[in-house]
Each structure stands twice: as structure tokens, then as C-alpha cells.
Design a protein around this ligand. Structure first.
Ligand SMILES: [Fe+2]
Length: 505
């Protein structure tokens, strides 16, 4: 039996329905749960819950799931083992839940040590009038503070949070940001290194608070491995001093799956059903078929050049052809649209033939394609230009691509960022908006008339008091138009009646 199956079986076997309600005791979370709790990969009937306990032997741990934040109405209880073989990380698939419902959960050891209280939510089924989610990317602990995570944590009406990759950065202390010291201080290469880096990130109070309040859906990009990674190497990996690339990838994948509440531990491309409103399709544009950068123009133009495997391309084509949802929301690592005169061949620009086929599939999609993108460290609102696209009218756009800035990672500042914005707008006719300096996240607000993206950027991620956020841009797209249209710069209203955030205990 594989590890994952064991955990699932342990969890399922220990489920007890309808335990008697008991008066909750005041709980003080134990320091043994210093890395907090998380949840993720929700379906309409299940959600993964996660925690971490530092252990030197296999240790039984229980998770209680409640219907209410006061922990009076116990829904289910399940047990699992925190094991050194999994770095003490515990994942449980909590099943038998109701759709579109908020739950609260807490882990407890046999000695009575308790974790903080987590909050999570299942996905809806059937007709859905409106839904909000946030997406983030490029969260570099060494560069800055995670103010954006804190602001997301405060929003009670989000269905989930998508992380588009660069959840961690692999660099040694001071190499790519020096505001905060790293553990381990060296570049991450081994399983031990990656585990310690994930653990170090998850001691950040803002990251922990975001994961405590919302289910997350993470995918990886290159920095969960090494800079500009692909299946056979990376720009910075040196096999002579750092060993076989395949060993490093295996170590990085294992640590990622241990430290994130993902359900499937074989791949990160997957899809989630958001009722009638949307299908969320997450890609793996890094580790499932991606080739090395092109060596010359002939190599670049090859029709069989791959960013994703044939199997993933076919799977994507199948999903976007569905006519049962209003929006297909793609979680995509690197920019899909042609961008900035081919300045970055690590993005889809390095894979023109496959990009052409994907764009073709999107143009034929019955639903409106919305691509969420990370990687560039800048805010972007793009049209996806079809063959007849006209920049002045935006007619011929086949969908929209909305790019989140880094939540915290180095980029341009001051005059240099204004110059870069002008250059990008000049070089990319289908780019409708860009901001190249500020850090933050994107709020995606979907209803049955339009999809809306709001760029919420914080004042300064390098200062503790720079945590005020501002709505900096808003764009909308409609099914009959499929273009990024600038919208009124006023916050969309919160969804009334969202269940309360989990109290801090
Ligand atoms: Fe990044």
C-alpha cells in the first residue's frame, strides 16, 4: 500500500458520524502545531485538511470537523498518523460533506494538544449565481512581507484561493531578496532542504492566516524546483555540484505534496467544478512534458515542441470544449498570449506551435475562457488575440488573460517600472493594462452576466506598515464579447451572508 492510500484509509475508517455534541472547552493552540492548519482541493462533497506536527515517531492525531465556528456541532471526526517519513505532515480527505458549505476543523493529539481552528468550504453543485476567489503567485519570503495573504485572509466571501506557483523560492540566503533570512540558508537541493524551506515559509503569520481561513488550490511553477525548470534541467541547476536533476525534482515534488493540501500526489494539473458557473482547470506548464528552451529558430518553430505533454494538451482540449459552464477559468503558470516581442521564451512564447493549438481550442470553447497567469511579477490585463484581432476595437479576442503581480518578489521600481509599462504596452497591442511595481493579488468575481478581475495592490511589501491595499485596476469580460474591458474602479460588493471567519484560537 502506498503512503497516500494508507492515510486515506486511516481517515475513512475512523470517520464517526453524528458524535454527541459536547460543550467546547476554551482551547489554546499548542506550539506543537506551529505551522498551522490548511485545507484545499475542495469538491462539492469533500475537502483535504492539512497540518504538521514535529515528530520523531509515528503519532496518532485526530481531526474534528464542525459546522460552526464555536465548535458545538461536530460533523465528523477522523484520525491519521503524523510520521517522520512524511516530515510530520498530515493530510486527510474529509468526505461526506454538503455542497457550498463552510466547515471549521481542528487537529488534536492524544495528549490533548490542539491546533489552531481552521475554516474551509466545499464547492457548489448546480446553479450558482455568483462566486469570488482570489489568485496569487510568486510569494518570495526573502524579498518581502506577505501583506497580500493577510488581506485575502480577511475576506470572508471567497470560495477558495488559487496559488499559480512559486509558492516558495529555492535560492540561498540573500541571493534573491534579503529582507528576511531563510532556512536552510543554502540553496535547496535535497529533500531535507526543500522540506525545511517549506516549513520555514509556513511559519509566516500572514501565510498561516490565509491558509487557516480559506481552502487553497496550489500548483507549482519553476521555483518549487529551480529557476526556469523543465523536465530535463533548469537554467541554474548544475549537475556537477548539485547532483542528478531527476533526484532534485523527485525531492522537490515530495516536499511540495507533503506541505500542501493537494489530493492527488502524482500530478498538479487537475480540474475543479464550480457548479454551473465555472470549471477551474489547473495546468502543469513545468513538469509534465516541458522541453528545454529552444536552441535556434528551427527548434523554436518545431510543431512537436512541448510546454505540456500530449496527454495534458488533449485533457485540456476536452475540458475547454464543455458547454455546461459559463466560464472556463485556467490556472496557468506562464504568460499564454504573445508578449513583449518574445522577451521571455520560458513562457508560452517559447512554444508557438503548441500555443497555437491551445488558442484554437480556446477559440472554439462554448464557455468564456479566462486565463489566470503568474510568473511575470507584474499586473497584466490582456486579450487573447485570435487571427482577426483588432487592437483598437478588441474585436476578434477569443478570451482574456489576467495576470497577478508577485505577492512578494523583486521587480522594477519608480521610473524603471513606468518605462517598462510603456515598453510593454508599445510592444504588446493586446495588452490593455499593466502595473509593474506593486505587489498584491487578483480578486476574481464571477456572476452570470460578467467575469470581473480586481487588482488589489499593497502599499509596500518591504515595510511592516505598508500593508494597506488599494484597488488599482478592474476589468470585466462577457461571454458575447470575450475581451478585457476596463471597468469602473469601485470594489465589487461582498457576497452577503458569508459564514464568519475562524476566530483566532
Ligand atoms: Fe516568480
Amino acid at each position: 500500500m502506498r503512503r497516500r492510500e494508507l492515510i486515506r484509509t486511516t481517515g475513512a475508517a475512523a470517520v464517526v458520524a453524528a458524535l454527541p455534541a459536547c460543550d467546547p472547552q476554551p482551547v489554546v493552540p499548542s506550539a506543537r502545531f506551529a505551522w498551522g492548519v490548511a485545507s484545499g482541493d475542495p469538491t462539492s462533497r469533500a475537502v483535504m485538511v492539512w497540518t504538521r506536527l514535529a515528530v520523531d515517531r509515528d503519532t496518532t492525531i485526530r481531526c474534528d470537523v464542525f459546522r460552526d465556528a464555536s465548535e458545538r456541532e461536530l460533523v465528523t471526526s477522523a484520525s491519521a498518523s503524523a510520521m517522520p517519513a512524511r516530515d510530520g505532515c498530515v493530510k486527510l480527505d474529509v468526505v461526506g460533506l454538503e455542497p457550498a458549505t463552510t466547515y471549521y476543523f481542528r487537529f488534536v493529539t492524544e495528549e490533548g494538544d490542539a491546533s489552531p481552528l481552521g475554516r474551509t468550504r466545499t464547492l457548489p453543485e448546480g446553479e450558482v449565481a455568483r462566486m469570488r476567489l482570489a489568485f496569487v503567485t510568486c510569494t518570495n519570503f526573502a524579498y518581502g512581507l506577505f501583506h497580500g495573504y493577510r488581506r485575502i485572509a480577511e475576506r470572508a466571501d471567497l470560495a477558495l484561493v488559487v496559488h499559480l506557483g512559486d509558492t516558495i523560492y529555492e535560492y540561498a540566503d540573500g541571493v534573491y531578496g534579503d529582507l528576511r533570512a531563510l532556512d536552510p540558508p543554502r540553496e535547496t537541493v535535497t529533500l531535507e532542504d526543500y522540506r525545511r524551506r517549506h516549513a520555514h515559509y509556513r511559519l509566516d503569520p500572514d501565510l498561516k492566516e490565509m491558509q487557516r481561513q480559506h481552502p487553497i488550490v496550489p500548483i507549482w511553477d519553476d521555483h518549487e524546483f529551480a529557476n526556469n525548470a523543465h523536465t530535463t534541467g533548469s537554467l541554474t541547476h548544475d549537475p556537477v555540484t548539485q547532483g542528478a536533476w531527476s533526484d532534485r525534482v523527485a525531492a522537490a515534488k515530495q516536499a511540495f505534496f507533503e506541505w500542501t493540501p493537494t489530493r492527488d500526489e502524482t500530478q498538479v494539473h487537475r480540474s475543479l467544478e464550480l457548479g454551473s458557473l465555472a470549471r477551474l482547470v489547473l495546468l502543469d506548464a513545468r513538469m509534465d512534458g516541458r522541453e528545454a528552451p529552444p536552441i535556434d529558430t528551427v527548434d523554436w518553430m518545431r510543431s512537436d515542441r512541448r510546454l505540456v505533454s500530449d496527454a495534458q494538451e488533449a485533457w485540456l482540449g476536452e475540458l475547454v470544449s464543455g458547454d455546461d459552464v459559463a466560464y472556463t477559468v485556467l490556472g496557468n503558470q506562464v504568460v499564454l498570449a504573445p508578449f513583449a516581442a518574445l522577451e521571455n521564451l520560458d513562457a508560452w512564447d517559447g512554444f508557438p506551435a503548441q500555443r497555437q493549438r491551445v488558442m484554437q481550442a480556446l477559440s472554439a470553447a462554448p464557455s468564456l475562457p479566462i486565463v489566470m497567469t503568474g510568473d511575470t511579477h507584474g499586473s497584466l490585463a490582456l486579450d487573447l488575440p485570435g487571427p482577426t484581432y483588432a487592437a483598437d476595437t478588441q474585436l476578434g479576442s477569443i478570451g482574456v488573460e489576467w495576470g497577478a503581480p508577485a505577492l512578494a518578489s523583486p521587480h522594477f521600481t519608480g521610473e524603471a517600472s513606468r518605462a517598462r509599462e510603456s515598453m510593454l504596452l508599445e510592444a504588446t497591442p493586446h495588452l490593455r493594462f499593466t502595473e509593474q511595481e506593486k505587489k498584491g493579488y487578483v480578486l476574481l468575481d464571477l456572476d452570470d452576466t460578467r467575469a470581473r478581475a480586481e487588482w488589489w495592490l499593497v502599499e509596500d511589501a518591504t515595510r511592516a506598515d505598508g500593508n494597506r491595499e488599494t484597488l488599482t485596476a478592474a476589468f470585466e469580460a462577457r461571454a458575447d464579447d470575450r475581451a478585457s474591458r476596463e471597468a469602473e474602479l469601485a470594489p465589487s460588493p461582498v457576497i452577503e451572508g458569508a459564514p464568519s471567519l475562524a476566530p483566532d484560537r
